[in-house]
Design a protein. Structure first.
Length: 408
């Protein structure tokens, strides 16, 4: 395919990506208020939720990268409080906190999940396999789970056992292919299905465990569903990445996943409408597209970037734009890890200049920095990284920083 559009140097594409994600705005000076949190959430677009707690929960980190020392309690209130502005659902295949305005855009995915049409990937594989077994072995069980939540909710999955039948942990996994970590109780499978179908939602969390309640009881009534929700989802993705290929936008590893034929059609329609501008990014073989409002501005910032940050979700795009090959190491056997266990890239200016292994040792109130690995040709980053580590320790309520010489 012959590429069309303006030539975009890779450095410019990198800046466009950073601007789109809010890294050119500069951190607020003085006391933070909810308006800054809302702005940072809007710029990040999505806050991925993950149970890993080596440093802190994944959804907190993107806002720290953009805002600095903000209140995690305030984000909890926006996420699960009585006047919540966010809700939990799947963004593409990732569990995430999303603005309530996104709810109507995802109702078509909820209907697909309710009908067990998994072609658009609207639930984890463990739910897909588990529901196939539940329908065969325990007909009516899902309905009883829903009735239990309606009567007694909000409840954790562990509190839901309509017939008090629970698998022992020593039982073999009845769902081959799900893996040991997905050897869920049947009530967990059922409630996750109901969550994917939009019938229940996450009303709050207890020790980070989801508490499920009826969606109509936990969330305000959603706005009307648009006629073309998938178009708007791709617009959100395009605003979030700034510039990228169609695969970066909505491919299997993209910002928002859609079936290939649907993605091609929508990208073509948004291009015809002038919302996506064709571009040729230096070093990228595929056709790229720039969001029509995306801008190239200087980026002068410093930030530790979470492995779950939308900026670097797409590892291939990260390598193209930042010349930075990155893979999370928490699932890598210890003997095969190169840079550490929970490694955060360090952004300085518009470049990723180092990899920083981090751990919060709460028992000793210390931010541990086992290793720091500089990228080839990186400028000296000692002082800005030391300042960022101290800021992170303060944000996490840790008194000490234990880092290699020169960073303490």
């Amino acid at each position: 395919m012959k590429l069309i559009g303006d030539d975009v140097p890779v450095a410019a594409a990198r800046r466009i990506a950073l601007v789109a994600q809010g890294f050119a705005s500069g951190r607020p000076v003085g006391r933070l208020d909810v308006r800054q949190l809302r702005r940072a959430i809007a710029e990040a677009g999505v806050l991925q939720v993950d149970a890993v707690n080596v440093l802190t929960r994944a959804h907190y980190l993107p806002l720290f990268s953009r805002l600095g020392n903000y209140s995690r309690d305030r984000l909890d209130q926006l996420s699960w409080g009585p006047d919540r502005e966010l809700f939990e659902y799947f963004w593409a295949h990732k569990a995430a906190l999303l603005p309530l305005a996104y709810f109507p855009l995802l109702q078509h995915r909820m209907r697909a999940a309710e009908q067990q049409d998994w072609s658009i990937g609207s639930a984890p594989w463990s739910v897909v396999i588990g529901m196939q077994r539940l329908q065969k072995d325990r007909p009516g069980f899902v309905e009883r789970v829903l009735a239990t939540i309606a009567e007694r909710g909000p409840l954790t999955a562990g509190q839901i056992a309509p017939d008090d039948v629970r698998r022992k942990r020593t039982d073999p996994d009845p769902d081959p292919g799900t893996g040991k970590m997905w050897n869920w109780q049947d009530a967990k499978i059922a409630v996750e299905y109901l969550f994917a179908a939009g019938q229940v939602t996450v009303a709050g969390r207890k020790n980070f465990e989801r508490r499920y309640d009826l969606t109509e009881r936990a969330l305000p009534a959603p706005g009307p569903e648009p006629d073309d929700p998938q178009h708007e989802l791709i617009r959100i993705a395009a605003r979030g990445i700034g510039i990228g290929t169609a695969a970066d936008l909505c491919g299997a590893r993209g910002h928002y996943k859609l079936p290939t034929a649907t993605a091609r059609r929508i990208v073509a329609e948004l291009t015809e409408a002038g919302e996506l501008i064709p571009a040729k990014v230096e070093g990228v073989k595929q056709q790229s597209y720039r969001w029509h409002e995306a801008t190239d501005r200087p980026v002068d910032t410093r930030a530790l970037i979470s492995p779950f940050d939308p900026l670097i979700w797409n590892r291939d795009r990260t390598q193209h734009y930042f010349d930075f090959f990155y893979r999370i190491s928490i699932y890598t056997p210890a003997a095969e890890r190169i840079h550490g266990y929970y490694v955060l890239p360090f952004l300085l200016g518009d470049r990723l200049v180092a990899r920083v292994d981090l751990k919060a040792d709460r028992a000793t109130s210390t931010l541990l920095v086992p290793t720091v690995t500089a990228e080839p040709g990186a400028p000296d980053f000692t002082e800005p990284l030391a300042a960022e580590l101290r800021l992170m320790a303060d944000w996490l309520g840790l008194e000490n920083v234990s880092a290699p010489n020169g960073l303490c």
